[in-house]
Design a protein around this ligand. Structure first.
Ligand code: 13P
Length: 254
């Protein structure tokens, strides 16, 4: 299984700060071994800076944090997949909890973005996850199922199945663990990732075993190894602790 270490820089870093961090990462990582990839999800303005710093480094790639599902048009403030690719991005995040909960994106829009981005040559890291309220109400499985099913129900046959391998990854990020310092415990992560794998199995059959599932939510250098050792954890999606290159390097090294 492909292993992915993803940094989500959110709305942090100017172009010069992004260049400096990406250069530090490139220096610290050199070339990634086959089957491992590091992706930095940079703010739009800094994508090209990070992409320049990663040139010539195998397995180091850049992503956008959002895109709009149209080729071009009167969509003020939005960015198309082709524009992201032109800036040097190979990936895009969809369904991140901050877009769902702060910007009000619903499952249908997340599905449109995911499919449109895949159709237009971007790899997608599709994020799912429950709020604390949903978890406490016993709705974890139902929420993950609803979020995944919305995407796969709308997926054209030409994109689905084995065609998704190497192009789609899923990020499980419990909303209550994002930016709170409250990492999900091993049992919570194991259970949620097993549920996610099983749901993917129902939706895409045996391809499910070849789609990486990343954990995100308060990942730090001191908990990364323990998380990566868990079944069905194929990578990490790191926010705050990815802003300092040295701390993200420690997470990858763990
Ligand atoms: P933190 O690592 O800061 O909790 O953020 C997680 C996240 O949202 C990554 O996408």
């Amino acid at each position: 299984m492909q292993k992915i270490f993803a940094a989500n820089w959110k709305m942090y870093k100017t172009r010069s700060q992004a260049s400096q961090s990406a250069q530090e990462l490139a220096k610290g990582l050199g070339q990634m071994p086959a089957g491992q990839e590091v992706v930095v999800f940079a703010p739009f303005t800094a994508i090209s800076c990070a992409a320049d710093a990663f040139k010539g480094h195998a397995g180091l790639t850049v992503g956008g944090q959002n895109c709009y599902p149209a080729e071009e048009g009167a969509f003020t403030g939005e960015t198309s997949p082709a524009m992201l690719r032109d800036a040097g991005a190979a990936w895009v995040l969809t369904g991140h909890s901050e877009r769902r909960h702060i910007m009000g994106e619903d499952d249908a829009l997340v599905a449109r973005k995911t499919i449109f981005a895949l159709e237009h040559g971007l790899n997608v890291l599709l994020c799912i996850g429950e709020t604390l309220e949903q978890r406490e109400a016993g709705k974890l499985n139902a929420v993950l199922e609803r979020q995944l099913a919305a995407v796969f129900a709308a997926m054209p046959a030409s994109l689905g199945g084995a065609a998704l391998v190497g192009k789609l990854a899923v990020g499980y990020e419990p909303v209550w663990a994002i930016g709170t310092g409250k990492v999900a415990g091993p049992k919570e992560v194991l259970d949620a990732h097993a549920v996610t794998r099983a749901l993917l199995g129902k939706l895409v059959g045996e391809t499910a075993s070849r789609l990486p599932i990343l954990y995100g939510g308060s990942v730090k250098p001191n908990n990364a190894a323990g998380l990566m050792a868990l079944d069905n954890v194929d990578g990490l999606l790191v926010g705050g602790a990815s802003l300092e290159a040295q701390s993200f390097l420690q997470i990858i090294g763990a």
